[in-house]
Write a protein that binds this ligand. Structure first.
Ligand code: LMR
Length: 353
């Protein structure tokens, strides 16, 4: 009898202690909300944007993201905070789009080439030797064509905001690349774009698609003998230390589509939306200039680096390369002729300025 009484008493006591622990952990004994202090004022209204990208901070994209964060913060009086996550620390270029669509981050700025699997018409920008100079690139990235291309993001439930530039791409390799014959059998890393792959295949090279953040590993394991990229991307990651033969070919461009999660965007009030679009518009010209300056500045450093061998392609060599890729050019220019027309208009407008 005594045993039974002790047993029941023990069970009830254990039950009460357990309820006590659970209540404590759920903060039931705490006051409902924290006491008010000035620092919390406005926290409810704060807008936080996580902006993920894959390159270094001292690149045209990295610095533009930082400037964007500063501008929106200033214009919103501190209400909008943009946290920049560079160098692929959160997501790389093969999973950042999904992260944006899932709302794990609110903004990204992938390269146009990286988007071509989802939006094939964007391959137009990967056409070899499409642009003569930086002015033409800026005209295309800010004109009518760019507006139409940004609208295509609606089909992916993404709000397209603007395009940024990283400038012209060059070839960096283990061995000197001068003539198109030098591409024969060359294992060259490209971004994931069929157009890019085809232009190397047509020259009998072996294109290898790797996320930007994995290039180091591929270099280590000697999987790639060459890559195409802008001088600022090559320099900021130190790729010139391995791929020390750099051919200045200006054969293509690297540009970015700045985009924001659609649901997140729609929930922002119109004033905040305006602050975001105004900030991007305000820095657009500066961003294009920045890409030019950084590439020049980094090129200058490479010129002074005895370990690096720079070669500028002459007209004849360029012409041979252009002729080799001509069939691809014709197919794509025909396939996307509506956009080609817009592009020619943009270039015309820029010419008449
Ligand atoms: C690359 O993969 O080479 C580029 O897309 C990296 C970047 O974002 O500039």
């Amino acid at each position: 009898m005594i045993f039974l009484r002790n047993f029941i008493f023990g069970v009830i006591s254990a039950f009460i202690i357990l309820i006590g622990i659970l209540a404590y952990r759920q903060n039931i004994f705490q006051p409902e909300s924290l006491p008010y202090d000035d620092e919390q004022a406005g926290l409810d209204e704060q807008v936080v944007i996580n902006f993920s990208h894959v390159v270094a901070e001292n690149t045209p994209k990295g610095l533009a993201a930082t400037r964007f964060a500063e501008l929106v913060n200033k214009k919103s009086g501190g209400k909008v905070i943009v946290y920049i996550h560079p160098n692929g620390v959160l997501y790389n270029d093969s999973n950042e789009l999904e992260a944006l669509q899932n709302g794990n981050v609110q903004m990204i700025a992938p390269s146009i080439s990286n988007m071509t699997n989802k939006l094939p018409s964007w391959q137009l920008f990967d056409l070899p030797f499409l642009f003569k100079d930086d002015e033409q690139v800026a005209a295309a990235l800010t004109g009518q064509l760019s507006e139409s291309l940004l609208e295509e993001l609606d089909s992916l439930h993404i709000k397209g905001l603007t395009f940024w530039s990283s400038g012209f791409k060059q070839i960096a390799a283990n061995t000197p690349i001068v003539n198109i014959e030098d591409f024969e059998g060359l294992r060259i890393r490209t971004m994931p774009s069929n157009m890019l792959k085809q232009q190397y295949e047509i020259m009998h090279a072996i294109p290898i698609t790797t996320p930007f953040t994995d290039i180091y590993e591929e270099l280590d394991s000697m999987q790639i003998a060459a890559q195409e990229n802008t001088i600022s991307n090559l320099f900021s990651k130190g790729y010139h230390k391995t791929h020390a033969n750099i051919t200045l070919s200006n054969h293509g461009i690297l540009s970015y589509a700045v985009m924001i999660n659609e649901g997140f965007w729609e929930e922002l009030d119109t004033e905040t939306q305006q602050i975001i679009t105004d900030s991007l518009a305000e820095m657009s010209e500066w961003q294009h200039e920045l890409a030019i300056e950084l590439n020049e500045e980094n090129l200058h450093k490479l010129e002074n680096n005895k370990e690096v061998s720079l070669y500028t392609m002459n007209e004849e060599e360029t012409l041979k390369w252009q002729q080799a890729v001509r069939p691809i050019y014709d197919v794509y220019a025909q396939r996307y002729k509506k956009y080609m027309k817009l592009l020619l208009n943009d270039l015309e407008v820029q010419n008449n300025k």
